[in-house]
Design a protein around this ligand. Structure first.
Ligand code: HPA
Ligand code: ZN
Length: 342
């Protein structure tokens, strides 16, 4: 790993627990649950972890991972392993999306899942000081009724380190307008919110996320680069966008031959954060995303500090944690700036 990136205090705000599960861990989970085929397990797993295809085919691979998660311990194992991956990269804080309804719809109760994840989060904190929080993610193609159910379901979950409500899935299935009420309900109940927008959808989807859903942060948002008026909106409202370069290039949100538009956002003063989205499924991690941006978009040491500081400012967690994290973060940045070898 690039040593100078390791020492940089990092914040990961766009990642899905289901998409962090490495092949070895999924195999362990699937064997315990008897959900893997007896024959040709290797080839079966290969299909899940082989990248390529558009957002729909990615979402099918994501669903294939979810199929094997059946009991609370599966979520514990996933969160524990991912916590270790983050600590190894020098990440201080992460907000992890979890599409809980995929599991509750199958009859797995919510509380034991959250409690298992919480236990893994506590262990990560005790072991390395890494702070982990959850965002409960809705599934866009399941429509507004399901999103309202998620908001209901989220009541009383703060004690399990849930800090926000999000919406992922197939961006082209339902327009933002249909979720207006659900996002208002989430806000009214004091939740911070985020939505995947400007990934499979165009710049208007990003505009709608700001104007109709009034989110605090946007997942991806990258297609806003195609419309200066939407860029202006993001800059004026200072809405953070989580750019996830590998994911966006793999799903075709950004064509592989195009110049990745990081600078378009940075130069307009839009608060960009960097995420890995589904690191195991896209064969990446946060450090690799930053390293790729250094190589392909001229991400300078000053830009690195800026995107991590943007991340710190965009976190959803409670003020006390934010204060504690801020002190550690700023000391880490000073030390990184003193010790940088490049
Ligand atoms: N987009 C939409 N839904 C998702 C994604 C994504 O990139 N990753 C996991 N769920
Ligand atoms: Zn995502």
């Amino acid at each position: 790993m690039n040593q100078s990136l390791f020492g940089l205090p990092k914040v990961e705000l766009h990642v899905h627990l289901e998409g962090t599960i490495r092949r070895e861990i999924l195999e362990k989970i699937g064997r315990r649950n008897n959900t893997l085929p007896v024959k040709e397990t290797g080839a079966f797993l290969e299909r899940i972890y082989r990248s390529g295809g558009d957002l729909s085919s990615f979402l099918r691979r994501f669903a294939a991972v979810c199929h094997h998660l059946r009991s609370p311990i599966d979520f514990y194992l996933a969160a524990r392993d991912y916590g270790k991956q983050l600590s190894r990269q020098g990440v201080l804080y992460a907000e992890i999306h979890l599409s809980v309804q995929i599991f509750t719809r199958r009859g797995i109760p919510l509380q034991p899942i959250l409690s298992a994840v919480d236990e893994a989060f506590e262990e990560a904190y005790r072991e390395s000081g890494l702070m982990l929080r959850l965002i409960l993610d809705g599934v866009r193609q399941w429509g507004p009724g399901s999103m309202l159910e998620l908001v209901e379901m989220a009541e009383g979950t703060r004690r399990w380190k849930v800090v926000g409500i999000g919406l992922g899935g197939d961006e082209n299935s339902f327009p933002a307008e249909s979720f207006r009420e659900a996002f208002r309900a989430a806000r009214d109940r004091g939740w911070k919110t985020t939505v995947h927008a400007g990934e499979a959808g165009g710049p208007d989807s990003v505009r709608d996320a700001v104007e109709i859903l009034k989110v605090d942060r946007i997942g991806h948002g990258v297609r806003a680069a195609g419309d200066p008026s939407v860029l202006d909106l993001l800059a004026r409202c200072q809405i953070p966008i989580d750019l996830c370069p590998t994911s966006q290039r793999e799903t075709g949100a950004v064509a592989k031959n195009d110049i990745y538009p990081l600078r378009t956002f940075l130069d307009r003063g839009i608060p960009v954060t960097i995420g890995s989205d589904d690191p195991a499924l896209f064969q990446t991690d946060l450090t690799n995303e930053l390293s790729w941006l250094q190589g392909h978009c001229g991400l300078s040491p000053e830009d690195l500090v800026r995107v991590e500081r943007n991340g710190l400012e965009a976190i959803f967690c409670e003020p006390e944690v934010r204060r504690r994290l801020g002190a550690i973060f700023h000391a880490g940045i000073r030390s990184w700036q003193r010790n940088r070898t490049d």
